[in-house]
Write a protein that binds this ligand. Structure first.
Ligand SMILES: Nc1ncnc2c1ncn2[C@@H]1O[C@H](COP(=O)(O)OP(=O)(O)O)[C@@H](O)[C@H]1O
Ligand SMILES: [Mg+2]
Length: 380
C-alpha cells in the first residue's frame, strides 16, 4: 500500500514511522521536509497549489492524507479527483475557519464559548458590547500555537487589538476562565466504525502545548461520555475518515469545544507508548480501510514537548522510563523539535521522573500545575 502525505513536518514523520512496520510505503509533497530527511520516503519538493506536482504526487497512490490543516482546500479537492483523500475535504474546510468551525459545533448542539463574527472595526465594537470583556479576538484563518489571537481585557485595548490582527476577518470569543484544558483524539474508519482515546489534560505556555497528561487525571466518566457523544456527531456528520482531535475547556464540570484539528494531534503523541495502538497507526488503519486498533490505555502517561532547544539525548534518557522522540529539525525559538513520554502504572510512580524531566527542559514553572496531587490510580 502506498500513502501520500501533504506536508513534511513531525506529524508526517510520526505517521511514516508507524506505517513502515506495516509494510506501507510513502510519498510526501511539501516544499520542505526536514523532519522526513533520511527516512525511506519519496519526496516531491513543490507547493501544494502546483497542479502538475499534485498530478505527479497522486500517480500510483492508494490513498492520500495531510498532516497540517493549512493546505488549501482547492489543492486537496484537486487531489481528491485522482485518489481518495482522507479526512474528507469538507472536514478541512470546516476546521480551517474558526467561524465555520464554531458555527458547525453549535449546529450539532455542541457547547462552545460565546462568539461573534467580526468583519470590521464596527463589528468588533458591537461584539465587545455584546460579549463583554475579557474576550479573545482570533483571526478566522491560519492561526496556530496561539498565533493570530489577542486577548482584550479593557475597552481601551479594542483598537490596538484590531490593528494587531491586521484587520483580517476574525471572531471574538468570550474569554473562558477554564479549570483546565482537555483534548479528545477520535478515529473513524472507512466503514463508519469509531474509537476514542481517553480525554487528555493539556498544559500550554505562550500558546504552545508543553505537557499532556493521559488519561486526564480525575476526569469524571460523564465528561468522557459527553466528549465522545459530541465527537461522534462531528465524525458522522462529516463522513469523516481518519484521526480527529477536539480541544475543550473544562469549566465547572462541563465541556466547551474550543477547536478541532482534522489530523493526528500533538496531545496524542503519548499513544505511541501509552495506548494499545498509537494515533498514527490508527490514522493509517482508518484511511487504508483496515481494522482499527484498540484504544485502551496502558497505565498513565506524561508527554513533554521539546521546544526551541533540545537537551542532550543522554540527559533525557537519564530520566528513568523516558521515551525520546526527536524530529530531525534544526533548533529555532518556539519550534517543536521532539517530545518525551514517561509511562507508569500510576501517577505516583511517574511523579519524580516527570519533575526531573520538566527541570531538564526548563519548564519548572509548569511543575505546580502538572504535578498537583493526583489520585493513586490511572484515570481514577
Ligand atoms: N476563549 C478563550 N478563553 C480562554 N483562553 C483561550 C480562549 N481561546 C483560546 N484560549 C487559549 O489560547 C490557546 C490557543 O488557542 P486556540 O484557539 O486553541 O488556537 P491555536 O491552538 O490554533 O493557536 C488555547 O489552548 C487556550 O489556552
Ligand atoms: Mg488549539
Amino acid at each position: 500500500m502506498k500513502v501520500g502525505i501533504l506536508g513534511g513536518g513531525q506529524l508526517g514523520r510520526l505517521i511514516v514511522l508507524a506505517g513502515l512496520p506495516l509494510g506501507v510505503s510513502f510519498r510526501v509533497l511539501a516544499r520542505e521536509a526536514e523532519a522526513l530527511a533520511g527516512l525511506a520516503v519519496e519526496h516531491i519538493a513543490a507547493d501544494y497549489d502546483d497542479v502538475e506536482a499534485i498530478e505527479h504526487f497522486a500517480a500510483g497512490l492508494d490513498v492520500a492524507t495531510y498532516e497540517f490543516e493549512n493546505v488549501s482546500v482547492g489543492a486537496v479537492s484537486a487531489l481528491a479527483k485522482q485518489v481518495p483523500v482522507y479526512p474528507p475535504p469538507r472536514a478541512l474546510h470546516t476546521a480551517q475557519d474558526r467561524l465555520h468551525e464554531k458555527t458547525f459545533f453549535q449546529g450539532l448542539g455542541i457547547a462552545t464559548p460565546e462568539f461573534a463574527a467580526v468583519e470590521s472595526r464596527a463589528d468588533l465594537h458591537v461584539a465587545v458590547d455584546r460579549l463583554g470583556l475579557p474576550a479573545v479576538l482570533k483571526a478566522r484563518r491560519l492561526g496556530y500555537d496561539g498565533k493570530g489571537q489577542v486577548v482584550i481585557t479593557d475597552p481601551a485595548e479594542v483598537e490596538a487589538a484590531w490593528q494587531r490582527l491586521g484587520g483580517v476577518p476574525a471572531i471574538l470569543e468570550q474569554f473562558i476562565s477554564f479549570d483546565r484544558e482537555l483534548s479528545l483524539v477520535a478515529v473513524r474508519g472507512r466503514r463508519g466504525e469509531t474509537a476514542y482515546y481517553p480525554l487528555v489534560e493539556n498544559h500550554h505556555r505562550s500558546g504552545i502545548l508543553r505537557v499532556s497528561l493521559a488519561p486526564a487525571p480525575s476526569a469524571e466518566p460523564q465528561l468522557q461520555r459527553q466528549a465522545e457523544a459530541w465527537a461522534e456527531g462531528i465524525l458522522q456528520t462529516l463522513d469523516y475518515v481518519g484521526v480527529l482531535a477536539i480541544e475543550w475547556f473544562e469549566i465547572g464540570g462541563r465541556l466547551l469545544a474550543n477547536e478541532m484539528a482534522p489530523r493526528v494531534h500533538n496531545s496524542g503523541h503519548w499513544t505511541i507508548e501509552g495506548a494499545a495502538t498509537s494515533q498514527f497507526e490508527n490514522h493509517l488503519r482508518a484511511i487504508l480501510g483496515w481494522p482499527l486498533g484498540g484504544t485502551s490505555v496502558l497505565g498513565c502517561s506524561a508527554l513533554v514537548n521539546l521546544i526551541g532547544t533540545c537537551p542532550a539525548t543522554a540527559d533525557l534518557l537519564a530520566v528513568p522510563g523516558s521515551h525520546v522522540h526527536l524530529y530531525g529539525k534544526s533548533p529555532r525559538p518556539g519550534r517543536k523539535l521532539g517530545h518525551v513520554t514517561i509511562r507508569g502504572e500510576e501517577w505516583a510512580s511517574i511523579h519524580e521522573p516527570l519533575r526531573q524531566l520538566l527541570a531538564r527542559v526548563g519548564e519548572e514553572q509548569l511543575s505546580a500545575g502538572v504535578l498537583a496531587p493526583r489520585p493513586a490510580r490511572a484515570g481514577g
